[in-house]
Ligand binder design. Structure first.
Ligand SMILES: [Ca+2]
Ligand SMILES: [Ca+2]
Length: 478
């Protein structure tokens, strides 16, 4: 009996050992008990941003789960912690302060529990703080970033500020150009046709939420007219193609074509009158307008006429730029006398074809600056003092240091037009690089630096140079 019992005991002992071993392995793999909180919180959802200023931003995210409770969230970039919120429950938003102005940020969120367990990091939210409050500055130097281009048209920086996407109007190709000047073709936009004039592959815009959705947008001429389309750009190549808006009339000239995201997250597009001037005054036509649409192509909520139209009375708007206050400035080819710099407001009528430049017609809004197109001095409210030798043909514009910079094609110059503080007035226009680099088309702000990129259009019929002779320059503002 004793022996028998003894003979069974080793078996029982082995069983207990096996069971305890199993139990231990189960314990180490399973959620811990309340006494020992060993399970990290779930990875938080991707944060979103609002209320970005020059030095602050508000981030929000969905609450993370934990077997016990989330005690804190850290907002980070790499090893740098930009902010922490704590509480029971921990808040799911934070106002980050002390950010650098005019700088790109890519931030993620992690959750922590009271035991110090840290979740995985969320996907990043990417945004750029508003322009620095310091006004002024002038171009102090210029150098070549990249050569070998053929009519580069649209330039849009990626949210991380490391590279930009550039379109070529007549080849329909899209390139990635790094801040250092390395160029790589990332694809072509399908369904593009040329007009033998100003149509083709035109503007490009990058979704403010690109880090999460990889969406990019193009405006181009197609068989039936001008279109706005969306594609996917994964950081190295383009794919997919979705038409967002079509039915914008085309012609050999006056196709507009600029795209820009506003601080409201909607996509703004400039359309030309397609050489049918009356369309610019027709609120139900997509031509001769600034349009505002959602990223799915629908009219943006709150548009003044309940359709895609944001403003009307434009002839051939070529430049769109938002200032630090979120206001929209627009550069426009005039007809025979004046090019214009307009401050665009919803529902406003900018005059074409009734007015070119400044006039006194009730219900029509005058430009903030006019640039004479064939010599002579400008008139009020323009304060241009010098005589220009030829048609400026302004193209893209950008605001840096509260100064509007506008590239000019036939005028072969970079205009500098300072905004007067936060007023709607502008000061005297001055011109840089007159005739030095040829026809200048597109100007963009280099993120995180007091620099512009400036591209030429010397390969078209007007410039007369061979394909591949256009360039991208870097202009330093000091
Ligand atoms: Ca836990
Ligand atoms: Ca006008």
């Amino acid at each position: 009996m004793h022996l028998g019992t003894a003979s069974r005991r080793p078996h029982a002992g082995l069983l207990l050992t096996a069971l305890s071993g199993l139990l231990l392995s189960l314990l180490s793999a399973a959620p811990p008990s309340r006494a020992a909180d060993a399970g990290p919180p779930a990875t938080p959802a991707t944060p979103t941003y609002t209320d970005v200023t020059a030095n602050s931003a508000v981030l929000s995210w969905g609450a993370s789960t934990d077997d016990e409770a989330v005690a804190a969230y850290d907002i980070r970039s790499g090893a740098t912690v930009y902010g922490t919120v704590t509480g029971t429950p921990a808040p799911t938003s934070i106002t980050l302060t002390g950010l650098a102005c005019d700088s790109p940020y890519s931030l993620n969120v992690v959750a922590r529990d009271a035991a110090g367990n840290v979740s995985g990091q969320s996907d990043p939210v990417t945004f750029t703080t508003r322009a620095c409050a310091t006004d002024g500055g002038v171009p102090t130097s210029i150098g070549t970033v990249s050569t070998g281009w053929t009519i580069p048209w649209g330039t849009e920086w990626m949210p991380d500020g490391a590279s930009a996407l550039l379109t070529e109007r007549d080849t329909f190709k899209v390139f990635r150009l790094t801040k250092e000047g390395t160029r790589t073709q990332v694809g072509s936009v399908p369904n593009v046709v040329t007009t033998g004039g100003e149509g083709g592959l035109l503007g490009v815009a990058v979704d403010p939420d690109w880090a999460a959705n990889h969406r990019v947008y193009f405006m181009h001429t197609a068989a039936e007219g001008n279109r706005i389309a969306r594609m996917t750009y994964d950081g190295s190549s383009l794919s997919g193609y979705t038409i967002l808006l079509q039915g914008i009339k085309k012609n050999r000239y006056h196709n507009g074509g600029r795209l820009a995201f506003g601080p409201d997250g909607y996509l703004y597009a400039s359309t030309g009158d397609a050489q049918s001037a009356a369309l610019a005054q027709d609120k139900n036509s997509l031509n001769g307008k600034i349009l505002r649409l959602t990223t799915d192509g629908a009219p943006a909520p709150g548009n003044p006429f309940g359709n895609h139209v944001y403003s009307l009375g434009h002839r051939n708007p070529q430049g769109l730029a938002f200032d630090r206050g979120g206001r929209l400035w627009e550069a426009e080819f005039g007809n025979s006398a004046y090019d214009e710099l307009n401050l665009v407001k919803p529902g406003a009528n900018y005059g074409w074809p009734t007015c070119e430049g400044t006039c006194s017609v009730t219900g029509m809004t005058n430009p903030k600056e006019i640039l004479v197109t064939s010599g002579g001095k400008s008139v009020s409210p323009g304060v241009l003092e010098e005589r220009v030798r030829d048609h400026p043909l302004v193209s893209q514009c950008i605001v840096v240091g509260n100064v509007v910079y506008m590239a000019a094609l036939r005028g072969e110059r970079l205009w500098r037009i300072p905004i007067d503080g936060d007023t709607e007035n502008v000061g005297a226009a001055s011109a840089y690089y007159v005739g030095t680099y040829g026809r200048l088309r597109t100007v963009s702000k280099v993120p995180g630096a007091d620099q512009l990129w400036l591209s030429t259009t010397n390969c078209d019929n007007n410039g007369g140079e061979p394909a591949g002779s256009d360039k991208v320059f870097r202009v330093t503002i000091g």
